[in-house]
Design a binder for this molecule. Structure first.
Ligand SMILES: Nc1ncnc2c1ncn2[C@@H]1O[C@H](COS(=O)(=O)NC(=O)[C@@H](N)CS)[C@@H](O)[C@H]1O
Length: 438
């Protein structure tokens, strides 16, 4: 992509309304634009990051055996009347009346709708276990949206829903999602700690939140320091194998959000030098809630004995849009964002220091062409601008690699490459630089 033909609305000034670093950097780097309280447009660079986050989430859901669907954002209120949540969901629900005076709503979550889909087609235990998921926008009329996309009103969520014959089977589905979450966040360069949590309006009695430790996190957390060093299951993990062995290291240590924290137990179980009390950003949450929706909505299957019974379910959410902010909170410096390779909007920022100089531009064009042909996503700064401004912008938007092409270097057939995360620079021949990046 040539910068001269792109749309990258960088802000020079730090917007005053931004209270935390990720909000400031997302606005300054031209990733998002607020359209209303808690509601954002995703501009080109932000949209690319969002799609890369989605791709990792999707790959790990598919690996864990979940099946992707896409449910609508607008839902009929009657579904929520069946489950009894229509009234008690409260003011966070955006209620809508259509032209035929029908009560609708902008979905804050999809337990009722996915249960309706399930009950319409599945009647035998032989179809179980089943896990359906989608990646869809949600609306929650937060009384105080803040911190940019971290706590929005319209936000993108991956929400998965499992259906099983009984609690024991449902816990296996729960554990598969637990492992998938360990992998998902690790692939984004995040250490997300699973912690026991409250179940809230979703319901049930078993839930873990996955929290990225960050001073600006909204959740207070207490944990044993060693939980931060536990192994993440590998790419070839066998989901039909021993899930407990993969999860045990993570649940063996004390880790709880403030709403379920037990100080007395914390002090009893965790040696003083291992006690960590900090804050975290909740990037995902998993719930087991049994028949909370299947019973009132009559989502039943005939068991092996032919007896009809309500299925046992769980739901599993990931804050896809929140993750864009959480990753920046976990990975930035004074000069701007530092994108992990896996979610970076472009892999390389190619800087032509002197577009008016023929030899420099010829070299830069050649590098752009060879990298692009090799399948590397390049943002090519071909704009005639001061070197300082070019470097500042490239550091701000945080692409993992920079290739700097200038007249002096080209005179000796060399370019400079810079690794954004470490600041390390190397002067290499053009061929060596390209070989380093492909
Ligand atoms: N207001 C919000 N803005 C941005 N992300 C949010 C917001 N509310 C929740 N999230 C993200 O969405 C994830 C799932 O939301 S949740 O309420 O915990 N869970 C559910 O909605 C369940 N239905 C799981 S499918 C959270 O872990 C969080 O990362």
């Amino acid at each position: 992509m040539r910068l001269s033909r792109y749309f990258l609305p960088i802000l020079r000034e730090t917007p005053k309304e931004a209270e935390i670093v990720s909000h400031r950097l997302m606005l300054r780097a031209g990733l998002v634009r607020q359209q209303a309280a808690g509601i954002y447009s995703w501009l080109p660079l932000g949209q690319r990051v969002l799609s890369r986050i989605e791709r990792i989430v999707r790959e790990e859901q598919d690996r864990a055996g979940a099946v992707e669907i896409l449910m609508p954002t607008i839902q009929p209120a009657d579904l929520w009347r069946e489950s009894g949540r229509y009234d008690d969901y409260g003011k966070e629900m955006l209620r809508i009346v259509d032209r035929h005076e029908r009560d609708m709503l902008y979905g804050p979550t999809n337990e009722e709708m996915v249960t309706e889909i399930f009950r319409s087609y599945v009647s035998s235990y032989k179809a179980l276990p089943l896990n359906l998921y989608h990646i869809q926008w949600k609306f929650r009329d937060e009384v105080r949206p803040r911190f940019g996309v971290m706590r929005g009103r319209e936000f993108l969520m991956k929400d998965a829903y499992s259906f099983d014959i009984d609690e024991a089977a449902a816990r296996i589905s729960y554990n598969k999602m637990f492992v998938a979450y360990l992998r998902t966040f690790a692939r984004m360069g995040l250490t997300a700690i699973p912690m026991r949590a409250e179940t809230g309006p979703i319901g049930g009695d078993l839930s873990h939140e996955f929290l990225v430790l960050a001073e600006t996190g909204e959740s207070g957390v207490y944990c044993h320091k060693d939980v931060l060093d536990q192994p993440v299951p590998g790419e070839g993990f066998d989901y039909s194998g021993d899930l407990d062995a993969a999860i045990a290291p993570w649940t063996a240590y004390y880790a709880a959000t403030e709403d379920v924290h037990d100080q007395e137990r914390f002090e009893r179980e965790v040696p003083e030098d291992k006690r960590l009390h900090t804050r975290g950003i909740e990037v995902g949450q998993v719930f087991y809630f049994g028949t909370k929706y299947s019973a009132p909505m009559k989502a039943t299957v005939a068991g092996p004995d032919g007896v009809e019974r309500p299925v046992h379910s769980g739901s599993y959410g990931v804050g896809v849009s929140r993750l864009a902010g959480a990753i920046i909170e976990a990975s930035h410096d004074d000069d701007g964002i530092i994108w992990p390779d896996s979610v970076a909007p472009f892999a390389v920022g190619l800087i032509n220091l002197k577009p008016v100089d023929e030899a420099t531009s010829a070299a830069a064009e050649g590098i752009y062409e060879r990298l692009t042909k090799a399948g590397i996503d390049v943002l090519y700064d071909d704009v005639d601008n001061r070197a300082g401004a070019k470097f500042a912008t490239m550091d701000l938007i945080g692409l993992p690699w920079q290739v700097i092409v200038g007249p002096k270097g080209i005179a000796s057939g060399e370019v400079e490459i810079k690794r954004r995360a470490t600041g390390e620079r190397e002067t290499l021949t053009i061929d060596a630089a390209i070989n380093r990046l492909v």
